[in-house]
Design a protein around this ligand. Structure first.
Ligand code: HEM
Length: 428
């Protein structure tokens, strides 16, 4: 009898070789980097000025040019009003998710409707079926089972800090929590965390690299995934990797690209995002003693405080591609223009939120868009909220008093996922 796992292994090996040798690049443009002259006509989310304070920039644009444009990345638009962001998120006909990371090359058109990392890169009708596959792994109940181990891990991270008076809450704490949780869910070795970090950085922050170099980096990620896939084919486990290998869509096993694409999406969507949300929340508390004291004295405020941190410091901005030439709210969009879909800007629109630019930790009504809007709304939101809550609960229990050790040393990431990457805090 034919050995099924061997045939499957071959299927994966062949597909991944094909990816490396034959995948076309689509259209490319030369990168433009350097200071921005005018954010209304030349914006770039890859510059340090954006990383330092993208809210100020987007608030200013809302006043004078609510749909900004740039020639960088071969042409992109940045709408900053809540209702415009929502309209685009809901209009999957005219705005495709084929490539959710805005960069210097557009992947080929025939990548739609699946895209490289389903379901986030998928358009209807395929999107619905690819998303449905993932839902059981991310229910509140499924996520609840991961909570005790996550809590114990947070305590361990703090134990490992020893007696240090100053610690880096981004690199010594926040970053490790989602890495560990995702490794556990996928059934990857826990110590591979730093490798994931590199893959995520390559995907999200390497967008000015030539496409060949970017694809080479993606190749490295796929080599790593192939090792994990082989291990799971040889020894199936009760985890997300085996689940994806055994899952079917339209009566057939998932295509190898679909399996690997979804696995890499888990690494990219699951790590930087939550790391950023935890880091930004700690940063806010460190620089706002009144909120820190109140939250320590009234821990029952944590649920509203968390939602407010997610609103005010929403880490995720997504990309869309315009599907047809059109006039849209007074601007001339062309097919294949990018949209930088800023959920952070939507969350700070005074037309939607009272005191939009303030952090109000007991805000009662908070319909923020940090997890997106429409069909692509975050599949991992229960997981993200569990990780954020546990990370903050443990931190506040262990360090009820902390502050910024050196405000000038705090560094924020550039690109579409924004959070502190260096965050020295004085904890003693
Ligand atoms: C605070 C942390 C997080 C934030 C702010 C966040 C934000 C988002 C946003 C804005 C989207 C919508 C994308 C779009 O419209 O194109 C999204 C989609 C998604 N997120 Fe999250 N996310 C977080 C954590 C996670 C985690 C932990 C996971 C899982 C490990 C995850 C998995 C996904 C997936 C699979 C999608 C695609 C859903 C679809 O296309 O139907 N996210 N997320």
């Amino acid at each position: 009898m034919e050995d099924v796992s061997e045939t499957t292994d071959e299927r994966f090996t062949q597909s991944f070789d094909e990816l490396r040798s034959a995948r076309p690049y689509g259209s490319r443009v030369e990168p433009v980097t350097g200071p921005v002259a005018d954010w209304a006509t030349d914006f770039s989310h890859m510059e340090e000025e954006w990383a330092d304070d993208c809210y100020r920039i987007q608030d200013d644009l809302r006043e004078r040019c609510p749909i900004a444009h740039t020639e960088r990345f071969g042409g992109a638009w940045l709408p900053v009003r809540h209702d415009d962001v929502a309209e685009i998120a809901y209009d999957t006909q005219r705005f495709s998710s084929r490539s959710p990371v805005v960069g210097n090359f557009r992947p080929p058109l025939d990548l739609a409707p699946v895209g490289g990392v389903p379901p986030i890169s998928s358009d209807p009708p395929f999107h619905h079926d690819a998303r449905k596959l993932l839902l059981p792994a991310f229910t509140r109940t499924a996520v609840g089972k991961l909570e005790p181990a996550t809590r114990a891990f947070c305590h361990r991270l703090i134990d490992e800090m020893g007696d240090a008076a100053v610690v880096d809450a981004a690199t010594d704490y926040a970053q490790h929590i989602p890495m560990r949780v995702i490794a556990e869910m996928l059934g990857f070795p826990a110590e591979d965390g730093p490798k994931f970090r590199q893959y995520v950085e390559d995907t999200l922050e390497g967008i000015n690299l030539p496409p060949e170099e970017r694809l080479e980096k993606v190749g490295k990620l796929f080599d790593y995934l192939l090792v994990q896939i082989r291990a799971h084919l040889a020894e199936p486990a009760n985890d997300l990797t085996t689940y994806l290998l055994e899952a079917e869509i339209y009566g057939q096993k998932l295509d190898p690209f679909h399996v690997a694409g979804t696995m890499s999406l888990m690494l990219v969507a699951g790590i930087d995002t939550t790391w950023s949300a935890i880091g930004a929340s700690l940063w806010h508390l460190a620089k706002t003693p009144s909120d820190l004291e109140r939250l320590v004295a009234e821990p029952e405020l944590l649920p509203t405080a968390m939602e407010e941190f997610l609103r005010a410091y929403a880490p995720v901005t997504m990309g869309r591609l315009v599907t047809q030439d059109m006039q849209w709210h007074g601007v001339d969009m062309k097919a294949e223009d990018w949209i930088l879909l800023s959920f952070p800007a939507a969350n700070r629109d005074p037309a939607k939120f009272d005191r939009a630019d303030e952090v109000v930790i007991d805000r009662a009504v908070n319909k923020h868009a940090a997890f997106g809007l429409g069909i692509h709304r975050c599949v991992g939101s229960h997981l993200a909220r569990m990780e954020l809550r546990v990370a903050l609960e443990v931190w506040l229990e262990r360090f009820p008093h902390f502050s910024l050790a050196d405000p000038d040393a705090v560094r924020w990431s550039t690109g579409q996922v924004r959070g502190p990457r260096t965050l020295p805090l004085r904890v003693k």
